[in-house]
Design a protein around this ligand. Structure first.
Ligand SMILES: Cc1cc2nc3c(=O)[nH]c(=O)nc-3n(C[C@H](O)[C@H](O)[C@H](O)COP(=O)(O)O)c2cc1C
Length: 138
């Protein structure tokens, strides 16, 4: 299977995990970037509010040809128990017909979004291969 790792990272921990994973899987890798990177105050206020509601905010154009991949590995940091808003923007652009593994990276190693992400992926016509919570090193 041709695999690509797609990740968002605010402070670098998810990026490090995604990089190692792409190497291990011999996969391509692409980073999701905010159009406007929020400061830490905005991340904890509107960022967390968006995250709880499953809302997205603007991300830079993703230069990925999804036709080249049949498997996607998606990683996001957890904000207020949910994926960061930039990751929600990626979910809105997901193609159909893919096998998708999701890994949520957080300080506590627990998220509250498995059901919602499963529903989103299935509603976009793809299959959830796995969902994993990863505790980031401090
Ligand atoms: C705005 C914000 C909210 C966060 N909320 C949570 C949370 O609810 N639970 C948790 O375990 N960690 C939370 N964290 C910690 C991050 O999920 C954790 O440090 C993650 O590894 C950061 O990944 P990154 O370095 O790729 O951005 C939060 C961090 C930020 C910046």
């Amino acid at each position: 299977m041709n695999t690509i790792v797609l990740f968002y990272s605010y402070s670098g921990k998810t990026k490090a995990i995604a990089g190692k994973l792409a190497e291990k899987e011999s996969a391509a890798i692409a980073e999701i970037k905010d159009v406007v990177r929020p400061g830490i105050f905005k991340a904890f206020t509107s960022g967390c509010s968006f995250a709880i509601k499953g809302k997205s905010w603007a991300i830079q154009h993703l230069n990925v040809n999804f036709d080249e991949y049949d498997r996607l590995i998606l990683l996001s940091p957890i904000w207020a128990s949910n994926p960061a808003p930039a990751f929600n923007a990626l979910l809105e652009q997901l193609p159909s017909g893919k096998t998708i593994a999701v890994k949520m990276v957080s300080a506590g190693g627990k998220s509250k979004c498995k059901e919602r992400i499963t529903t989103v992926i299935q509603s976009r016509g793809s299959i959830l291969e796995s969902f994993e919570d990863i505790k980031s090193s401090q």
